[in-house]
Write a protein that binds this ligand. Structure first.
Ligand code: C2E
Ligand code: CA
Ligand code: CA
Length: 593
């Protein structure tokens, strides 16, 4: 009786094992054959035993051409180590999974980036192999490479940008400190460049800047770094020199290089530069201060009518910067600041409008100043706190007035890194909101990506505080820094603004177009809305609409405007509180007027 029972159990076990096997085989087939992802199964020796049909369209090879070959046959030489390492890790224990990215050769000779997840199913009788599922991520990889290059270089001249220069300067200071060597920082600003721009147009200005960049590079040694700091400002980092006379000789070489006239668009332009110089360890110990002192010296040179100047303590107190900073303090108190509002237009129609507040300074002597002229100054001098306070206060007051007048407009305000590092900032915002009686969800703050990366701990602290107040948050200038997206997703943001440098270029530049497209996709995958900045043409608007972008901002739809003009825009413009789609879809009702 015992035997028959165990016999019956044995038969039963066999049948159930068979069924399990069949099921798992079916599951496996369903997993591999329906997916557009690649699937290959390799045995313990690394030979391909199975290749899914998708191999054909992803890699251009029939499964039959793949089976029987060694898996690494198509892996890029530079990625072999990584692949072998992943392989070894996975081999160690049954059921374990590893993830790796590598380049794989297409039958046509080109290379694809594949993102692979491999699972050790050697123990699983239905599979008896290592299962590799891989996905083509070439587009993403290209976009990331482009972003990385873009983040550290200036797009116009190809020179390193401020971030990269600062980084190299910090390295140089560390090495200099260790080896007892001096470091020189040179700040160079073209004289009367603005006139070139205004007279001959930006195109000529750009051509000139490119030539200046090329000549600077030729005048210097490979070991020196030339960077474009923005506008017509360049900086040079000198590390390998014997003494001060050698630095002076380099400065002379630069001046000689710029003396020859520049042929630009059929004209011959003469341009000179003002150069400021600061030295480590003589003038300062850290990168930020050195750059600032070189800047002070440069302004000194400019005031003196060109040429070059070595930093002199006396300069700092008389520099333009210092005067402007003192004036800014008063300007905030005396009402010389004003906010313009620029519309952020949704691609879908809506019954409320969104605007971004942008600060301006109506300077009594210098006229209208753009924020780039005084916001950095406010940041350097601690005036950013009263400035932001003023901006928030004024924006909330305006928002309240609009709502009272029946205009449903929400306002976004820009914050600076210092605001996020200010432990009292959240309390300040809370009291301003309470006083204004504006519903907090009508207020949004925009924070640039680089700011978030500068001091992530304090930044995320402040950000959580702002979110708790009920504010909305946007990441500004996305793409200009190289933030980790996984970090960004941990923040309570709901909107990403794609930097205007990419949007402006997307119609003519493939790289920019890839960045814009993949940023929109990434934003959507992360559950965020995407806003494109700097839309200047119908063409770009149409492209963005095609990519599923959520909103757009730019001169094409509306420039930053003072409140009365903005109100008119909201009421009258086809992009305003519209009841119709801009392309002329049917009117829903006319109550906006
Ligand atoms: P942002 O936040 O990226 O603001 C957008 C800038 O792009 C604005 O320059 C706007 O006038 C400009 N812009 C808008 N549409 C277009 C377009 O189609 N083409 C081009 N080429 N430009 C366009 P603006 O007003 O000069 O502001 C410059 C920056 O100053 C802002 O960049 C922002 O970072 C900062 N800023 C402005 N207001 C404030 C403020 O109240 N506080 C702080 N901390 N920063 C501010
Ligand atoms: Ca902004
Ligand atoms: Ca921006």
């Amino acid at each position: 009786a015992d035997g028959s029972i165990s016999g019956a159990v044995g038969v039963y076990e066999d049948a159930s094992r068979q069924r399990e096997l069949r099921e798992s085989e079916e599951r496996f087939r369903a997993l591999t054959e329906n997916a557009s992802d690649l699937c290959v199964v390799i045995d313990a020796a690394g030979t391909v035993r199975y290749a899914s049909p998708s191999n054909q369209h992803v890699l251009g090879r029939e499964p039959g051409q793949t089976v029987g070959r060694g898996f690494p046959d198509w892996v890029h030489a530079d990625d072999l180590t990584g692949v072998h390492k992943a392989y070894a890790t996975m081999r160690r224990s049954a059921g374990s999974t590893v993830r790796f990215t590598f380049r794989c050769q297409h039958a046509n000779g080109g290379w694809l980036w594949l993102d692979a997840v491999a699972t050790n199913l050697l123990d699983n009788p239905a599979v008896a192999g290592l299962v590799i599922n891989a996905r083509d991520v070439t587009d993403r990889q290209q976009a990331e490479d482009a972003l990385r290059q873009q983040a550290l270089h200036d797009a116009l001249t190809g020179l390193p940008n401020r971030t990269l220069l600062q980084d190299r300067l910090e390295q140089a200071l560390l090495a200099g400190g260790r080896e007892g060597r001096a470091v020189a920082v040179l700040m160079l600003d073209l004289d009367r460049f603005k006139e070139v721009n205004d007279t001959f147009g930006h195109h000529s200005g750009d051509l000139l800047l490119r030539q200046v960049a090329a000549r600077l590079q030729r005048a210097l040694r490979k070991s020196d770094t030339v960077a474009r700091m923005g506008g017509d400002e360049f900086s040079v980092l000198l590390t390998a020199f014997r003494d001060a006379t050698e630095v002076v000789r380099t400065v002379d070489k630069i001046r000689v290089a710029l003396e020859r006239p520049f042929p630009v668009d059929g004209r011959v332009l003469h341009i000179a530069a003002s150069i400021g110089l600061a030295l480590y360890p003589e003038h300062a110990q850290d990168a930020e201060t050195l750059l600032r002192l070189a800047d002070v010296a440069m302004y000194g040179a400019k005031r003196a009518g060109g040429g070059y100047q070595l930093y002199d303590e006396h300069d700092e107190h008389t520099s333009n910067h210092a005067t402007l900073a003192a004036e800014l303090r008063q300007a905030i108190e005396q009402g010389e600041l004003a906010l313009d509002y620029q519309p952020k237009v949704r691609f879908a129609t809506g019954t409320d409008a969104r605007v971004e507040a942008l600060v301006r300074w109506h300077h009594p002597r210098l006229g209208l100043l753009a924020p780039d002229r005084f916001v950095p100054l406010a940041e350097q001098t601690g005036l950013i706190r009263p400035l932001t306070r003023w901006v928030l206060d004024d924006a909330l007051r305006q928002c309240c007035a609009w709502h009272a007048a029946g205009l449903r407009i929400s306002v976004a305000v820009n914050l600076s890194v210092h605001n996020l590092q200010d432990p009292h900032f959240v309390a300040l915002v809370r009291s301003l909101i309470r006083r204004s009686q504006v519903e907090p969800s009508w207020l949004r703050v925009e924070i640039t990506e680089s700011v978030l990366m500068a001091d992530p701990v304090q930044a995320s602290h402040t950000i959580s505080g702002l979110q708790a107040l009920g504010l909305r948050l946007s990441i500004d200038d996305f793409g200009t820094g190289y933030s980790s997206l996984s970090y960004l997703t941990r923040l309570p943001v709901d909107e990403v603004k794609i930097d205007k440098s990419f949007v402006a270029g997307m119609a003519s530049n493939q790289n920019d177009a890839i960045i814009v497209r993949s940023t929109i996709d990434l934003a959507h995958n992360l559950g965020l809305k995407a806003v494109a900045e700097g839309v200047e043409s119908q063409h770009v608007w149409d492209m963005l609409a095609g990519l599923g972008c959520d909103s757009a901002q730019g001169y094409y739809m509306g420039r930053p405007m003072p409140p009365p003009e903005l109100e008119e825009w909201v009421r009258e413009s086809p992009w305003g509180l519209r009841r119709t789609a801009p392309a002329g879809a049917g009117r829903r009702d006319g109550s906006a007027r």
